[in-house]
Design a protein around this ligand. Sequence first.
Ligand code: NAP
Length: 572
Amino acid sequence: MPAGTFIYGVPGSPARHVYSSAAELNAPLHGELLCCSHQPPLRVPMATAATSTPAAWQPTLVCATLTARVPREMAAEVDAAAALGADVAELQVGCLDGFEPRRDLPVLLAQPHPLPVIVSYRPKWEGGQYAGEDEPRFEALLLAMELGAEYVDIEFEVVDKFMKFLSGKKPQNCKLIVSAYDYESTPSVNELLNLVAQIRTTGADIVKILTTAADIVDASTMFQVLAHCQEKQVPIIGLVMKEQGFISRILCAKYGGYLTFASLEKGKESAPGQPTVSDLINKYKIRLIGPDTKVFGIIGNPVSHSKSPIVQNQAFRSVGFDAVFLPFLSDDLVKFLSTFSAPDYAGFSCTMPHKETALRCCDDVDPIARDIGAINTIIRRPDGKLVGYNTDYSGAISAIEDGIRASQPTDSTTSPLAGRLFVVIGAGGAGKALAYGAKEKGARVVIANRTFARAQELANIIGGTALTLSELENYHPEEGMILANATSVGMHPNVDEIPLSKEALKSYAVVFDAVFVPRETRLLREAAACGATVIDGLEMLIRLVMVQFKLFTEGMTAPEKLMREAILTKTH
Ligand code: NAP
């Protein structure tokens, strides 16, 4: 049998269907997995007889991983996990100082415990703390079963030995999770399905596979495995570690993953990329994610600071829109869009460094975005075509106009930017949006950029003036100028950086900073000290995400009050 071949059929029937690629495995499968290549042929027991109709989808459980060093503290963590809304708690007993199974397990497993628990006692060779022989570890796990642990987790490498040790002593009501870790990479769909098949032969009640992401597309590999297992009713925990695999910890709920792990609080993660219980439940609304949930997100690097997930998830759910919004950490927009190309991946926000590449990835581009030469929003139309928009432009300009109007009230309906000298630092996506927008409002635009050629190019397009950053330091042709920073200078963690000296800032009456983490940048602090009217990047963000919400939801009105409060108060 060639490598990567999967043979399906109904046991007892001679009919066989051979699948040789991951793509084919996405099609409806016939019968149950009887054997696969790479290994001696396996006959894989499935939970139920396979049918051609998809199996019922089950909600994904939220499991808090607990790593306290003292048994009573770990027991208290189970209470805390229950209070946060977790469904299950994983007791990583190897984390306990001087763990004594006969002394400590009765404390941890005292009945009734507030949540069902998984007991794991991971050896060092599989990322845990235990350095001894297998036998005492197996004895501890058997004791946990006897004391009423609902689940026990054992590593795939030693499961045969463990089953021999148990020799039928596993209580009926305890489920065995057999886990395999790959701390280096995410193998192919075929390799992972092969692994699933092998784990199933061991007598596992639940298959657990954790791999490591080199790229966000590795999460898609795991989703194909989860979707396949869901269809075949194989209970599986399939997650991809590291920040690039973060979405797997949430979207496993869309693909029927058995459970997803989370820490009790930030800083207590037991694996890289783990969210908190609270983030899963409150920020990403994992309880509301189902097979039909549409997926949106922000693509960029970095994206972990983005407030869009907090805001859009709350807004989606407040209007009853079945969708989730995620951070998509990716350096390769083209690869991302071609991998996550299913209709359910319905729209994206684009941030650094993708706003210009995004223009080339879209089939259609809104005329304003085409003029600006940058896109911050992509919508997948029902026919699969990608359409690009720029909401930075309207967000930034309306924030600056309203900021000026608030500080210098006027009855005039003309834009307060008309006729003013408007200096933009930066010629990337945000810089172009600001320069274009200011020009549209009748301002005289000056562009300064680290790479002078880009400033020149933008100035030529919009009919403005280009300066180098050092020329900008001594630029003072008139009073009352407006300054807009559209670079990442001053952004967390480089909060002491400033794009222009305090001395030069004295020439400006209005200063806007597109940077919004922190809200009050050094630039804004020093500009305010010089007496300027200051407008922060959060105000731009609020406005642009409201426009994005409308595009994502095909025209629903954005819940402004909720979105504003979410951005201003639910920061992290
Ligand atoms: P981008 O397309 O990658 O452009 C980055 C710009 O910053 C380029 O002009 C670049 O100059 C300049 N730059 C980067 N590092 C610099 C440094 N150390 N010194 C001087 N210039 C530097 O990024 P973008 O999307 O325009 O975003 C720019 C900023 O706007 C970011 O801080 C982003 O968070 C913020 N932003 C905020 C909002 C909001 O809602 N508030 C929305 C969009 C963007 P070179 O051309 O020389 O590389």
